[in-house]
Design a binder for this molecule. Structure first.
Ligand code: DHE
Length: 520
């Protein structure tokens, strides 16, 4: 009798609940398995479509995910499900993909090997570029709107190619020293190797489930990937992306850690890794070839001994540091790393040879060290960095690590850029109401000399110079966006190239020569 009354009450309340609440009664997991798993994987690790796990979705707001499920993503295989799912069901699925799985997903060496694909074996494609443009003055532009990459001639700014990328590339693509090949890393863990001379994707591999970035050794022979999930670094043979070694990111105390990023330090012949959850910096040296150098393509590239790796040379050197450091800037010699904990206050300078802290930097407002640039001011090297939570650029003397100046900007910035041949450094105002503005800073007076608003109401961010420092590209970070070419001296706009939410731009010369005004 009591049971009957309860059932009656439940049925009544079900009739009374409004439509959105009914969504919670649909089973989002079975909806996912029926409609989404064929592309995104039964375990949400991704397949033809990206991984749908909370860590991988951190860049997408939940209401945006609902729109994608309902309307699809233009210019991708992702169709809209409005004809198949009710609005409430789409909402329920969107909510469910932001919940962590019952058991943490794994990605082993066996998974990495299985994902590995070589489309064109090393040495099988022609050695000469198929285009007339200067191969060392090319730009790659990542277009995050429809997940494509454009290849631009750095003299004429004509497009040579536009090709699809993996979903959500993050971090700078990394070139081989001769500039022929480039490696892209996606947040979902995919590494793609592209042959610029032949405009062909030549190999791919998946290093992890949630990857941060990749680095290429100074000799172009190895690629290292940094993962949040699993907690690992993964080493690859750069020639065909064959996996060589997985490094579980485990501290001396046994704790494991997400790896925030990995960098190549060519003067040291090593990779340097930033660990988010343990107080260590890792240095992993790559073997120096003993055999003679062999030419491949446009410039000389040391490729001998690539099949006789001695993995013992890739041993980890642990540098214990006083704090968690996960955002790095280096001096040009790679003697020092300047590190900050994202979310923490201030930064510190570590001598990479001795492993000792040599200075504290009093930097409030979450400095974004990864975006720093450096130049010579009165025969002293200075570095300048924007802040993610404060409208300021800090300028620091790299001899005694003193703060020279805090320059007030129109809001927090993300990226800074310059070039040895340019009198100016550029910084965006990525966050807040002034995100359509870009400041131009005089590198000698340390004053803002110009503030541009190239597309009112649209985010203007991320600059990259050409190899000569004479012209530069700026992104209008919008689906209806563009890359704008400026004269770096007169600041006059020369050209506007329509693009789909262009983010980073990468000039072959500046990246392969470790130009002081750009990221590496
Ligand atoms: Fe990035 C580079 C970390 C959010 C676009 N970003 C980097 C690098 C690191 C980093 C460590 C250097 C790696 C490299 O180039 O090899 N980024 C982080 C974060 O921790 C942060 C704040 C939060 C996160 O979720 O990862 C973050 N980054 C973003 C974005 O929201 C941006 C604007 C859009 C996006 O695509 O995700 C973004 N990050 C970029 C770009 C670079 C980058 C375009 C390469 C800059 C360059 O010129 O080299």
């Amino acid at each position: 009798m009591v049971k009957h009354a309860v059932i009656q009450a439940l049925s009544l309340s079900a009739l009374l609940v409004p439509w959105p609440a009914l969504a919670e009664q649909t089973d989002p997991e079975s909806l996912y398995q029926t409609h989404c798993a064929s592309c995104h994987g039964t375990d949400r690790l991704g397949g033809m479509g990206p991984a749908l796990l909370p860590g991988n979705l951190s860049r997408l707001k939940q209401d945006e995910a609902i729109t994608v499920i309902r309307e699809g993503r233009p210019a991708t295989q992702m169709m809209g499900f409005d004809d198949v799912l009710t609005p409430a069901e789409s909402e329920a699925v969107a909510k469910w993909i932001y919940t962590p799985p019952d058991a943490p997903p794994t990605w082993t060496m066996a998974d990495i090997k299985q994902s590995h694909e070589v489309m064109h074996p090393f040495g099988s494609l022609p050695e000469e570029p198929t285009f007339d443009a200067d191969p060392l003055n090319l730009f790659l532009v990542v277009e995050t709107g429809d997940h494509h990459v454009s290849l631009l001639d750095g003299d004429t700014f004509e497009r040579i190619d536009r090709f699809p990328s993996r979903f959500a590339l993050h971090g700078g693509p990394k070139y081989t020293p001769d500039g022929r090949y480039v490696f892209f890393g996606s947040r979902d863990g995919w590494i793609s190797k592209y042959d610029i001379y032949n405009q062909e994707m030549v190999a791919e591999v998946r290093a992890g489930i949630n990857m941060r970035n990749i680095a290429v050794s100074g000799d172009g022979r190895y690629v290292m990937a940094a993962n949040y999930l699993p907690h690992s670094l993964v080493l690859f043979d750069a020639h065909d992306l064959a996996p060589m070694k997985v490094y579980p990111a485990k501290g001396k105390n046994g704790d494991t850690s997400r790896v925030s990023a990995v960098y190549a330090a060519p003067p040291r012949g090593s990779f340097i890794a930033a660990l988010k959850d343990i107080k260590e910096v890792w240095e992993i040296p790559w073997p120096i070839p003993t055999s003679p150098v062999v030419s491949t393509g446009h410039m000389k590239e040391p490729i001998v001994a690539l099949r006789s790796h001695d993995t013992a040379n890739f041993d980890v050197r642990r540098i214990t540091v006083p704090d968690y450091l996960d955002d790095f800037f280096f001096d040009p010699e790679y003697r020092h790393v300047i590190g900050a904990a994202r979310g923490g206050k201030g930064a510190m300078v570590i001598d990479l040879d001795s492993g000792n802290k040599v200075a504290d930097l009093p930097l409030a407002g979450m400095p974004h060290l990864g975006s720093g640039v450096s130049w010579m001011l009165d025969e002293r090297r200075v570095m300048a960095i924007p802040h993610l939570t404060k409208g300021a650029v800090s300028i620091i003397d790299m001899q005694d690590w003193s703060l020279i100046k805090t320059l007030e900007t129109a809001g927090p910035g993300f990226f800074m850029r310059s070039h040895e041949n340019s009198p100016y450094a550029w910084v965006d105002v990525f966050f807040g109401p002034n995100s359509d503005k870009v400041h131009v800073i005089d590198k000698q007076s340390l004053e803002i000399v110009e503030t541009l608003t190239p597309a009112p109401g649209k985010v203007a961010a991320h600059v990259e110079f050409d190899r000569y420092g004479e012209k530069l590209l700026l992104s209008i970070w919008d689906r209806d966006g563009a890359v704008i070419v400026y004269d770096a001296q007169s600041l006059e706009e020369l050209k506007r190239i329509p693009m789909d939410k262009p983010s980073g731009k990468y000039n072959v010369w500046n990246k392969t020569r470790y130009e002081e005004g750009t990221s590496h």
